[in-house]
Each structure stands twice: as C-alpha cells, then as structure tokens.
Write a protein that binds this ligand. Sequence first.
Ligand SMILES: NC(=O)c1ccc[n+]([C@@H]2O[C@H](COP(=O)([O-])OP(=O)(O)OC[C@H]3O[C@@H](n4cnc5c(N)ncnc54)[C@H](OP(=O)(O)O)[C@@H]3O)[C@@H](O)[C@H]2O)c1
Length: 249
Amino acid sequence: MRRIGNYKVSDIGLGSWAVKDPEAFIDTLVKAFEMGINLVDTAEMYKTEPLIKEAMERYGSKEIFITTKLYPWNIRYEAEKAMKRQIERLGKVPELVLVHWPEDIASEVRELEKLVDKGLVEMIGVSNVTKEQLEVALQATKRHEIVAVQNKYSPIFRETEKLFPMIEPKGIALQAHTPLDKGRAMELPSVKEIAKRRNVPPASVVIAWLLSRSPIVIPIPKTENVMHLEELIMGTKLKLNEAELELIG
Ligand SMILES: NC(=O)c1ccc[n+]([C@@H]2O[C@H](COP(=O)([O-])OP(=O)(O)OC[C@H]3O[C@@H](n4cnc5c(N)ncnc54)[C@H](OP(=O)(O)O)[C@@H]3O)[C@@H](O)[C@H]2O)c1
C-alpha cells in the first residue's frame, strides 16, 4: 500500500484518459477493484466520471479513492460549480482535486482550498508542475496542504525526479501519469531483456521499476483490458534486483 494524505491507497491506480470502449473499461475497473486497486484517476476533461460511478455501483462500494482534475479557467471563474458537476457525475465527493495544468498556480491552489472548506472535496494537489511552480504552490496554501503531485514519469521520461527532494521529505505522493509512456516504455531493450529473463510481461517490469524509485511514487497506468490489468498488478509484486535496476538505469 502507498499513501495519499491520510489515506492508504493501492500501489497503482488506474488512469482513464482516452477510453475507447466504455463497457470494457467498466468491466476492467470492476475487476481492478476486486483485485485490490482502490485508486482511480479522472478529470473533467476526460468525461469518464460516469464510467467510474457505474463501476463503483457494480462493485458495490464507493470506497474508492478518486483523483479528479479541474481546468485552470474553471478554477478561476467557477470552481464551485465545476466541483459540484464532478460530485454529480461521480456520485460521491472525490478524495482529491488537482489543477490539471497551472496557469496562475498560487491563486489556483487557494481556490482549491476553498473547495475543501466547503466540503466539496477532501484534499488538494497539483499536476504538470515544474519545480518552480511547485515551490510557489507550497508557499501559497494556507489551510490545506498539497498532498499529491501528478506528473509524467516513466523510465523514458524522468524529468519529474527533479521534484523528489521537495516532495519526498514531506510525504507528498507522486502520481506517475503516462507511466508506460503509452507502450513505449515496454519497448526499451533493458525492459524487454529483464522481462525475458524473468519470464514476466514488460509492463510488469515497468511498474516494478517505478515502484522501486521511491515509496511516494504511485503509477496510474490506463487499461481497458483485463489481461493487461493483471500484468500491471503483477508488477506490484515483482521485486527487481540491483543489477536489473542498474540495467534500466
Ligand atoms: N495530469 C495529466 O495531465 C495527465 C496526462 C496524461 C495522462 N494522465 C493520466 O495518466 C493515465 C495514464 O496515462 P496514459 O493513459 O496516457 O498512458 P499509459 O498509461 O502510459 O499507457 C496507456 C496505454 O498502454 C496500454 N497498456 C496498458 N497496460 C498494458 C499492458 N499490460 N500491456 C500492453 N499495453 C498496455 C493501454 O492499452 P489498453 O487499454 O488496451 O490496455 C494504453 O494504450 C491517463 O489515463 C490519465 O488518467 C494524466
């Protein structure tokens, strides 16, 4: 298990951007919940909230940690309305809201704080931030701490590691988005080599590598395929040795 604020969440969550087959995605989500995944990522941009709501209903519990994200312009002009739409579509108050990409991060996180005060969401965070933007956001919040950062992070895209010294000591979670680099991470020769030697799917190796980087890292891959889901979950149980970690670099 990993942590976001005071919540214990599964080692990986599931993303929901660019769902192709809604019914297959709902089935995959239900299966994921049954297998212990209790974290799902959405955004007002994705329009997947009703699918997540349907999956929670079929599963029979709303005790799933939901991260959602608001457009910066909606945060500026109608944060409360936008958040109420999220609650309506999800059928519950989400645990976490992020500014999807910051434009004026100090004022955006202060608006998100007001949503917590109004009981429209439990916790706040930021997404797609640079070190400088994160510094501003951390300074700007007054009443509610930033509990999570959601940035792109994979064996191919490591820029986000620059944030580690700022967030690790504070226990701020790093939701690693696009963790498979849309499949490209599984094509790395080092990943393929380890997968072959261990007789595991390359996707499992990528997930295991991400989880080995820091206890704050929570990959949020997207899948709408139950076999792929099983491979991703297999990665949470796979421990890479020093030589393998070195091979990926
Ligand atoms: N904050 C942001 O701005 C931001 C930006 C991008 C993404 N995100 C979040 O991060 C999530 C993940 O990113 P992403 O969806 O762009 O990319 P991703 O998770 O890196 O890759 C998704 C692709 O990998 C495939 N896949 C999944 N498991 C696989 C497996 N075991 N073997 C082979 N292929 C597999 C999926 O196809 P199948 O469905 O067929 O399995 C899909 O085509 C998004 O869904 C979204 O929630 C956030």
